[in-house]
Design a protein around this ligand. Structure first.
Ligand code: HEC
Length: 289
């Protein structure tokens, strides 16, 4: 009986890998998009007539490729499926080209976790407290859909590097995602800098919540091209010092180098709090996992 379950599991595992599906040609996809989609979704997915932008990284990454295929072919899961069935206009492979192009319109998960094998995703509604803090930190009063935030959690598995696949909310599959395999988290938030820059920020964290990568991307209306996309890896190099009154604070950079023979110690929760200044106006709670 046990063997049978195992065999079934491995078949299920293979089916999941097949969900990664085809990789289309974004250049051909762009042409097809302009003919078939841009009338409603706007040039470059900016939202156009329907206001449904295809550039919001958090929301778009919640839609897996196989789901998007269904949305385009048959309007699967959408409010008026018949109005969104393009299987006559687009051949099978054309649809994959369109998906490949749509994926160039927002940040993608593998840009942040290129080595990860699996991920899970969850959508949260940011509470009033979080909204107030975002307003304070980023000068943005989030409206409507922007009040929702997606959190992606990544796992590394041997032999699966770079072949990122989604793990559905199914107890058996989730059970495989042991804490020791966790590679980190990723969130996306809208961002405005007060000087007219409008965009989106992607923040990757390690399993302890320490920020490891940050990317900022301009969005429609900002007048900047998406090619200006940049992703930065962060090393939290700095030291904890005491101020005049003896209170500890974190400062970037190193002024006192360790000596040979100095002890190495693991960072504590308290020190992490100091580094990220959890109580400061520049931080927000997105939710808990
Ligand atoms: C006639 C207008 C129209 C056309 C043409 C159109 N769409 Fe849509 N699309 C919509 C509307 C409206 C929605 C939202 C429907 C809903 O919420 O149920 C939508 C939803 C979507 C979504 C889901 C977005 C989300 O956030 O859930 C995707 C992806 C999408 N469209 C891609 C495409 C692609 C790719 C094409 C071209 C092949 C296309 N659409 C053509 C109107 C259109």
């Amino acid at each position: 009986m046990k063997l049978l379950t195992l065999a079934l599991l491995s078949i299920a595992g293979r089916a999941e890998a097949a969900d990664v599906l085809l990789v289309g040609d974004p250049l051909n996809g762009k042409k097809l998009y302009q003919n078939t989609c841009s009338a409603c979704h706007g040039e470059g997915g900016s939202g156009g007539r329907t206001g449904i932008a295809l550039t919001d990284s958090g929301r778009m990454n919640l839609i897996r490729n196989d789901q998007m295929f269904g949305q385009i072919e048959k309007g699967e899961g959408l409010k008026k499926p018949k109005d969104h069935a393009f299987s006559k206009e687009l051949k099978y492979l054309d649809t994959w080209d369109v998906i490949a192009y749509v994926r160039t319109l927002h940040m993608t998960l593998d840009q942040f976790f290129p080595q990860a094998g699996r991920y899970v995703s969850k959508e949260y509604t940011i509470d009033k407290f979080g909204l107030d803090r975002i307003k304070e930190a980023a000068g943005l009063a989030l409206q409507g859909n922007d009040q929702k935030g997606a959190v992606f959690t990544f796992f590394d598995f041997e032999g699966e590097a770079g072949n990122l696949s989604y793990v559905p909310q199914d107890p058996i599959r989730l059970d495989h995602l042991k804490k020791k395999f966790k590679a980190g988290y990723l969130v996306f938030l809208p961002f405005e800098d007060g000087n007219g820059f409008k965009g989106e920020i992607g923040v990757a964290m390690d399993p302890k919540g320490v920020i490891t990568k940050i990317a900022v991307e301009p969005k429609g209306g900002s007048g900047l091209a998406r090619e200006e996309f940049a992703i930065g890896a962060l090393d939290m190099l700095g030291e904890i010092k005491a101020n005049d009154k003896g209170a500890p604070f974190f400062q970037r950079g190193v002024t006192e180098y360790p000596m040979i023979g100095d002890a190495v110690s693991a960072i504590t929760q308290r020190e992490l709090r100091l580094i990220f200044d959890m109580s400061g106006p520049g931080t927000i709670d997105i939710g808990s996992l």
